[in-house]
Design a protein around this ligand. Structure first.
Ligand SMILES: Nc1ncnc2c1ncn2[C@@H]1O[C@H](COP(=O)(O)OP(=O)(O)OP(=O)(O)O)[C@@H](O)[C@H]1O
Length: 316
């Protein structure tokens, strides 16, 4: 079943900026859907429209089988949005915060208590209950904020860059939490992130957008395979050595674009094995000292970089 279906959505702000230019995408029920795009691509505008804070200029949007504009109030009660700023009251305790949230959604007390207990266990918040909320780290506050948003049992949870600025430990805890939300509560998650690894690890489906329009939507695997191209990677002892040899390699092997990543030179090739042999010969014949050479598959980052500079069509 489709949880969100957006067709030809356009949004022009009063100042004339066209933030969405005919965007279409669909999100399936129960999946983690990730929206990727550079700054200014239109992600926040789309989230604001889907969470009913903003009206589009034109286009159609259906959520949970209902028209987003005709049934806005009903839809609002079935979704939740974890914003960049948390909605926690640091003067209240963890449980008071959660019960307060349930009152906003008019959830009967017994049901709210049960739900609170389940969420506290699911998100590993038990050990924080005896401490004041004001003493929580940023990562724990964010986890509590998500638990608050889950109190109303939303069918769709919007998360706008939930792990931004987090250290690796907190980010991993957050990833586990998102996986739990999907598996234990069956909630559809609509995520935006700047971290491509996060999108790759968590998403069932990814949409890359640019300049107010989608350029590709598919599973992480389909996106990674989209380039259908191998990449050759030559490793050197230092980044300096990699940089030093880039120009001569590009010129001699007639490669238009070479990229230095750490101490490696990486470039696209059509025939991996053939190019591996040719490049290996060149390096040995010219006595260029390198530490390794191999064919690598494109990462999601490679796809993102390529597609945000070259528009393409949708893949399955
Ligand atoms: N309230 C507004 N009034 C006018 N223009 C706006 C408004 N909000 C956003 N824009 C413009 O619309 C375009 C899309 O912005 P939006 O914030 O949706 O992109 P984004 O992908 O969320 O970017 P970021 O990742 O930086 O948050 C940008 O050019 C932005 O300057």
């Amino acid at each position: 079943m489709t949880a969100i279906c957006v067709e030809a959505l356009e949004k022009t702000y009063k100042n004339g900026v066209q933030a969405l230019k005919g965007l279409s995408l669909s999100v399936q029920t129960g999946e983690v859907f990730t929206l990727l795009g550079e700054n200014g691509a239109g992600k926040s505008t789309l989230i604001n429209i889907l969470t009913t804070y903003l009206r589009p200029t034109s286009g159609n949007a259906r959520m949970l089988g209902k028209d987003l504009y005709k049934n806005a109030a009903e839809i609002r009660s079935e979704i939740a949005c974890v914003a960049q700023r948390t909605s926690i009251d640091t003067h209240l305790s963890l449980t008071e915060n959660m019960m307060f949230q349930s009152k906003l959604y008019k959830i009967p007390k017994a049901e709210a208590t049960e739900r609170m207990k389940a969420l506290i266990v699911a998100f590993g918040l038990e050990r924080y209950m005896k401490y004041p909320v004001s003493s929580y780290s940023g990562g724990v506050k964010r986890r509590l904020d998500i638990a608050l948003n889950m109190m109303s049992n939303p069918k769709i949870l919007f998360m706008d860059e939930p792990t931004v600025g987090m250290d690796i430990q907190s980010r991993l805890a957050m990833w586990n939490m998102m996986k739990k939300i999907r598996s234990d509560f069956g909630t559809t998650i609509f995520l935006t992130t700047h971290y491509l690894e996060e999108a790759d690890q968590l998403s069932d489906s990814i949409c890359i957008m640019k300049d107010g329009k989608e350029i590709i939507q598919g599973t992480p695997l389909a996106l990674r395979e989209y380039l259908r191209q191998d990449m050759l990677q030559i490793s050197f002892a230092t980044k300096g050595q990699a940089k030093e040899h880039t120009a001569i390699l590009a010129q001699s092997l007639n490669i238009k674009k070479m990229e230095v990543r750490e101490s490696q030179i990486v470039f696209n090739v059509d025939n991996g094995l053939m190019e591996l042999e040719r490049t290996n010969h060149f390096l040995l014949d010219n006595q260029i000292i390198f530490t390794g050479i191999g064919i690598v598959k494109p990462t999601l980052e490679d796809v993102f970089i390529r597609l945000t500079s070259n528009p393409a069509k949708e893949v399955g």
